[in-house]
Design a protein around this ligand. Structure first.
Ligand code: SF4
Length: 376
């Protein structure tokens, strides 16, 4: 099973597609070590995320506790405090680090509301590489504003010997957003198509399977059904900063229990978990969040092994690009089949904005007030 832990909703970036930073948590309420200790050993993949996880002063202690329990541990950071990750990489060079990067200097800093963010995270990641980090990379949320830079961003990552992970705009309680939609889905999809062809041309097997993951992003961007079924609550769960365990980070109604007050087994093996898995089975959301995509692509009992559908797609399309053709995306890119939801208000840049922050506490039943987060 994969576990994502939202260690905090505090964040020092001011992204236009994620409003976590407007709803910070109180540090004393954030999931404590004693609660995290209840997570059993043998987790396939453990992601420490936020908010900004490096704002947790006990991050090294958390990694000390959880690294032995997971086959792979990732820290998803905005990269603004790379020096806080140095002791972690010195001790655990295999910890996977991804810094969010939304494009080159102007684009990244505008989308993420980060003054000097691009330089800081690029220098920071390269420093972690010098220190011996083995699995480092950037992570981009593909959208209208950075689509044109996608191909160059991939080359930039390749040049520096680091990875480029991709996702796209989603709505969900983790982001406090319900108006994340592309303005021109077809154009965004075409940028992803170019990336798919580049990835299939590369020598890295990882990139070939990322190409398949990106095929799922095209389906998401154009409003097609998921290309593989979701297995939330069975193959992955999210833990929020108040230690609530959810099937995913989109639907706040899929809450399994609270890890402060219950055991791991009590939460995952009880009748509530069974009923939530039934809801997941009927979920009609068209999401392709990285967590749900990765787990859907792999064989349950052999998490390093992809399922037959991705293997066959990769084999066929690797062969096509090897012989000078483009990947066959089937009907996914057909504009006549594309379903586009209504475009929400323009995403503003918060680079110079002083936006009030509302501290969110565990007593405040605000998830319930937020309603449904929809991914059409
Ligand atoms: S498909 Fe539904 S249950 Fe699965 S991650 Fe998306 S919103 Fe959650």
């Amino acid at each position: 099973m994969d576990v994502s832990i939202i260690l905090t909703y505090r964040c020092n970036s001011k992204c236009s597609m994620c409003y976590v930073w407007q709803h910070p948590t109180l540090p004393q309420e954030e999931v404590p070590l004693a609660t995290l200790a209840k997570i059993p050993s043998g987790v396939d993949y453990l992601n420490l995320t936020g908010g900004e996880p490096t704002l947790r002063e006990d991050l090294l202690d958390i990694v000390d506790l959880l690294h032995p329990k997971a086959m792979q541990l990732e820290i998803s950071s905005n990269g603004s405090y790379p020096e806080r990750l140095e002791p972690i990489i010195r001790r655990y060079p295999d910890v996977k680090i991804r810094f969010s990067l939304e494009g080159f200097e102007l684009t990244n800093n505008r989308i993420r509301g980060e003054r000097g963010g691009f330089d800081r995270k690029v220098k920071g990641l390269l420093r972690l590489k010098e220190l011996g980090g083995k699995d480092l990379g950037f992570a981009v949320t593909i959208q209208d504003d950075n689509g044109p830079e996608l191909a160059k961003l991939f080359q930039f990552a390749e040049k520096h010997g680091v990875e480029l992970a991709t996702s796209t705009l989603h709505n969900g309680f983790q982001f406090h957003k319900n108006d994340n939609r592309p303005y021109n889905g077809l154009r965004v999809a075409q940028h992803i198509e170019s990336l798919i062809n580049q990835q299939l041309r590369s020598r890295s097997v990882k990139n070939w399977f990322r190409a398949y993951l990106n095929l799922g992003l095209i389906a998401k961007v154009l409003g097609h059904d998921r290309i593989l079924k979701c297995t939330a609550a069975a193959d992955f769960v999210f833990i929020d900063p108040w230690s609530d365990v959810f099937a995913c980070n989109v639907r706040p109604d899929l809450r399994l229990g609270n890890l402060n007050t219950s055991s791991w087994e009590g939460i995952l093996d009880g009748p509530k978990a069974r009923s939530i898995r039934e809801l997941v089975d009927k979920c009609t959301q068209n999401c392709w969040m990285v967590g749900s995509a990765k787990t859907a692509m792999r064989v349950k009992w052999f998490p390093k092994l992809p399922k037959a559908a991705p293997i066959l797609w990769v084999a066929r399309n690797k062969l096509r690009v090897t012989f000078g053709r483009s990947a066959d995306l089937g009907q996914i890119l057909d504009p006549l089949r594309a379903r586009q939801g209504p475009v929400g208000p323009a995403r503003p840049s918060f680079l110079d904005a002083a936006t009030p922050r509302h501290v969110q506490t565990g007593d405040d039943p605000y998830y319930a007030q937020l309603g449904e987060f929809l991914n059409e």
